[in-house]
Design a binder for this molecule. Sequence first.
Ligand code: OAD
Length: 250
Amino acid sequence: MNACLDLDMARRWIADAAHVAVLTGAGVSAESGVPTFRDALTGLWANFRPEELATEGAFRRDPARVWDWYQHRRRMLRDVLPNAGHRALAAFQQRYPGRLTLVTQNVDGLHQRAGSEGVLCLHGDLFADRWLDPARACCRLDAAAPGSPPHCDGCGNLVRPGVVWFGEALPFAALEAAERAAHACDVMLVAGTSGQVYPAAGLAHLARRAGARVVIVNPEPTELDDTAHLVLAGTSARLLPELLGGLCNR
Ligand code: OAD
């Protein structure tokens, strides 16, 4: 089908929708200058092996290396800004309160910095700290002894980044709310994700089974394309403003 007609149709579905759920991935931050994970050249996993940096085992084996890598990512993100895709989602939420649920796999905080509220963060928050082992009475994050990583002076417990590592469970409340939104939405927009990581990718299947229209926004093919009613080939900073800006029937 013609790309302009597809875009018009998706805009119409969104305009008619009582509820829109959006699942985002690393690609929505690409135009802010943040590397994705699986891009063959610039992706984080093209240059690092996930099991060396994004597992609890890796952190226990070499806490300084893993901590420093996450500190590097934190520093890099301080210099980037939300792009037109993040802003379009936030503007839609502000214009139509309660009508769009934003679910993200991203840990970069750019949706929140663009003004989105109630973002369901399935993979945690890169800027949050937490204890590696269950906190004891002596463990106070605001009093952690500096180091790489910081630690508890009392018991030696280590501070770790508040992201979800491979093999860990997703935050229960966020996942449950995301599943509810996928089940109840009229349209599910899936932007900037390769659709390779579950349970996040399963939200698109859930929405489709529950009767929602599923629309993909991505410049490349994804694992979820077969699940979608429409695949819009293009970047999120270009297409999200076109999809969400301006027109709304409700
Ligand atoms: P990936 O790196 O797997 O996929 C990024 C997707 O973004 C690809 O499909 C690209 O084609 C697409 N993309 C690139 N530029 C884009 C743009 N300007 N606009 C729209 N799309 C664009 O990243 P995710 O799918 O987010 O998990 O990866 C899922 C999870 O795997 C991450 O949350 C992370 C990773 O391991 C954890 O760290 C737990």
